[in-house]
Design a protein around this ligand. Structure first.
Ligand code: XMP
Length: 333
């Protein structure tokens, strides 16, 4: 696609001109926007970019390893992998209130990232510390924070807020995706050589599995959820709808598993089980403001529930969420 290729050339030239020979820091989350921003900036300035990947331990199964493999392994970008899972889980211990959990995760995230960025800024202070903070801000984010969208009267869920970070760190802001819509960001990602599956992934909330383990987030629950969710996603990708020729991951806007800290009785072989419950959630939506629960084929639900119960010891019941938004929200917390 030569339109995208020439866009890449232009964007690369612009970044080089803006940054000169100075160093840049970028927070990598594994999400589409920060990944594409990282790949683009890396294409432009190579080792002048250092990515900081804060792993809060609330990512999907294998996600941390995949992010490192992609950026450090394949793109040969400089990536600092901060494994902060113990710290996050420590702060979350005993906390059950969803808003409280969101605030803790958001605050810790900023703290950990700030500490790493400060180190990089100070690195070789005599020579060359970082001067820029790059962010994967896309056009809809710009519009939203400009207040052009109607503000909701009530905060339903507090989202991560990383505004003001560049000022606090004394860094200049680099936002190469500011003019792009989501679908353009995805095309750009493909043009930069990022894998299709990474670029077309469903959205994943900043607080991650922290809001998909209901109530207190225990390490054991996170592990069970990761394993169940990986099965659900794998089967969605494998199930092709004969009419459209698309698989059910593509046919849904967002799909995931929720861990319920509730035990129910089951039977396995000759024995009684008393284990946890998960809920499968899959929705179709164009704007995430309203959403319909997806009418997944029964055969698919059957396969997923059978696999989860057989393969994930500790879960003995699977339910399907048939609530639309509103009045339910997409996430359970
Ligand atoms: P709800 O649950 O409010 O979710 O219907 C709407 C969309 O927003 C995502 N979401 C978040 N994204 N940080 C994010 O970056 C968050 O704190 C957050 N909370 C919800 C949710 O996954 C869905 O796509």
């Amino acid at each position: 696609d030569w339109v995208m290729d020439s866009y890449v050339d232009e964007a690369v030239a612009r970044i080089r001109e803006q940054v000169g020979d100075e160093e840049v820091i970028l927070g990598l989350s594994g999400g589409v926007d920060s990944s594409v921003a990282a790949a683009l900036i890396h294409r432009a300035i190579g080792d002048q970019l250092t990515c900081v990947f804060v792993d809060h331990g609330l990512l999907r199964l294998d996600e941390g390893r995949m992010v490192m493999e992609m950026f450090a392994g394949r793109l040969h970008a400089k990536v600092v992998h901060v494994d902060a899972s113990a710290q996050f889980l420590g702060h979350l211990a005993g906390v059950t209130d969803p808003e409280q959990k969101r605030k803790i995760i958001g605050r810790e995230f900023v703290e950990v990232f700030k500490a790493e960025a400060a180190k990089l800024k100070a690195a070789n202070a005599s020579a060359k510390g970082a001067k820029w903070l790059a962010q994967g801000t896309i056009y809809p984010d710009v519009v939203e924070s400009g207040g052009t969208k109607t503000k909701k009267a009530v905060t339903i869920k507090s989202h991560h807020n990383v505004g003001g970070l560049p000022e606090q760190l004394g860094l200049k802001l680099l936002e190469p995706l500011r003019e792009l819509f989501k679908d353009e960001v995805r095309e750009l990602g493909v043009a930069l050589g990022l894998p299709h599956d990474m670029v077309y992934r469903h959205p994943f909330p900043g607080p991650g599995l922290g809001v998909r383990v209901l109530g207190e987030v225990k390490p054991e629950y996170v592990t069970l959820l990761q394993r169940a969710d990986a099965i659900f996603i794998e089967e969605l990708r494998a199930a092709v709808d004969p009419v459209s020729g698309k698989n059910w991951y593509e046919l849904t806007s967002q799909a995931f598993t929720v861990f319920l800290p509730v035990k129910s009785v089951g039977v396995m072989g000759d024995g009684r089980t008393y284990d946890y419950v998960v809920a499968l959630r899959a929705v179709q939506t164009s704007d995430f403001m309203t959403a319909d629960w997806a009418e997944l084929p029964y055969s698919l639900l059957k396969k997923v529930s059978g696999r989860i119960i057989n393969e994930v010891r500790g879960i003995n019941r699977v339910t399907y969420d048939v609530s639309s938004k509103p009045p339910a929200t997409i996430e359970w917390e």
